[in-house]
Design a protein around this ligand. Structure first.
Ligand SMILES: C[S@@+](CC[C@H](N)C(=O)[O-])C[C@H]1O[C@@H](n2cnc3c(N)ncnc32)[C@H](O)[C@@H]1O
Length: 372
């Protein structure tokens, strides 16, 4: 699978689109806001530059894309107002893989610029927004160019399905699963970890070339709390998808070999694994690491006393956001015709699971400074 050309979130603004099914990522962005603001303002106040080059990597398309940019503009604008300084010129670069629905973002820009002018009195020449298609596992920007880099829910995607998931004669090693599972053989955990170490290290190396010395980067990604590679907080959701596929295999709707040869190209590291790569690569100083949790069912806010659990509704809510993210990958491997049934089965499995155990996603948000 050539991931660069296959992976994209469901585009547009329809019922199954990422734009309408990204509540999980929206919550993650709001939980990370204090870290983003701290890091950005610290950078700004270190030299009060007249312009800032900002990149959002893995921006996708939908309300989250411009909400992150709005946060960055708001924080800078407020600070400048407090200090009585002119607003710096913001040059914002939205990056994602070429299959991303950049058109939907571009179409929403005129309204975005109008609002900036109405709400903040900012003329359009104070904020320039451009799209940069390409993989963040390669160079995207000129040398010493970026001041601030942000990325949310993107860097847990690997550059490819780990090669080590096949044995010496090409046999599938992770039979019946689609990600690391409790019963996966040790070679599977090793292959995933090694791919993550290679990819994340490359990601840091390329960013260090593109960023100015003292530039800041804030990344939020899915991770896991324990060191155990298949711990429930990060892997079980994929095992419930595998369970749905196994059910379809047993009914002859999916060939067994198809299931055995599919593995999701993402990795949920532990904090220790993340820090080890940052230290080993050596270009960045880790300033802050925040660990937060979000319930699988995003309608279930821990502060929302009115929430009543319904197995079916919770299962469907989770299935919708997983489908908006994973459909392109699953369709390219299994074909479009099984998607509706697959996600109905998956929703049921998730509902059953949540009826037994409330489960949370674990997010790592960490801010870094490029070393001099
Ligand atoms: C779950 S979406 C997150 C989007 C947005 N940041 C948010 O928080 O709602 C992950 C995005 O990362 C992008 N992505 C994954 N791998 C990438 C890569 N190697 N280079 C650039 N973008 C990538 C995907 O295409 C997808 O749009």
């Amino acid at each position: 699978m050539d991931l660069k050309s296959v992976l994209h979130m469901v585009g547009g603004a329809g019922e199954t689109s990422y734009a309408n099914n990204s509540s999980l990522q929206k919550i993650a962005i709001s939980k990370a806001r204090p870290v983003v603001e701290d890091s950005l303002l610290d950078l700004y106040c270190s030299s009060y530059p007249e312009s800032l080059n900002v990149a959002d990597l893995g921006c996708s398309s939908g309300p989250n894309t411009l909400s992150v940019i709005k946060e960055i503009i708001n924080a800078t604008h407020e600070k400048c107002h407090q200090l009585g300084r002119p607003m710096p010129e913001l040059r914002v670069f939205l990056n994602d893989l070429p299959g991303n629905d950049f058109n939907t973002i571009f179409r929403s820009l005129p309204v975005f610029y109008d609002r900036l002018e109405e709400e903040k009195g900012l003329p359009p020449w104070k904020c320039f927004i451009a799209g940069v298609p390409g993989s963040f596992y390669g160079r995207l920007f000129p040398r010493d160019f970026l001041d601030f880099v942000h990325s949310s829910y993107s860097v847990h995607w690997l550059s490819q399905v780990p090669k080590g998931l096949q044995g010496e004669i090409g046999e599938a090693l992770n039979k019946g699963h689609v990600y690391m599972a409790e019963s996966s053989p040790p070679a599977v955990f090793k292959a995933y970890l090694e791919q993550f170490q290679r990819d994340f290290s490359l990601f840091l190396k390329f960013r260090s070339e593109e960023m100015i010395c003292g530039g800041r980067m804030v990344l939020t990604l899915l991770g896991r709390k324990g060191e155990e590679p298949s711990s429930g907080d990060c892997c079980h959701v994929w095992e419930l998808l595998a369970q749905a596929l196994r059910g379809m295999v047993s009914q002859g709707a999916v060939p067994e070999a198809k299931l055995d040869s599919f593995n999701s190209p993402h990795y949920t590291p532990s904090a220790k694994e993340l820090k080890a790569v940052i230290n080993m690569e050596g270009s960045f100083h880790l300033d802050q690491l925040q660990i937060t949790e979000v319930n699988w069912d995003t309608n279930d806010r821990d502060d929302n006393e009115g929430f009543i659990f319904y197995k079916k509704t919770s299962g469907q809510n989770v299935a919708k956001y997983v489908r908006a993210v994973a459909e392109s990958l699953l369709t390219s491997h299994f074909g479009e015709q099984i998607m509706d049934e697959l996600f109905e089965r998956f929703a049921e499995n998730v509902g059953e699971h949540l009826a037994k155990e409330k489960t949370k996603h674990v997010n790592f948000t960490f801010s870094m400074t490029k070393k001099v």
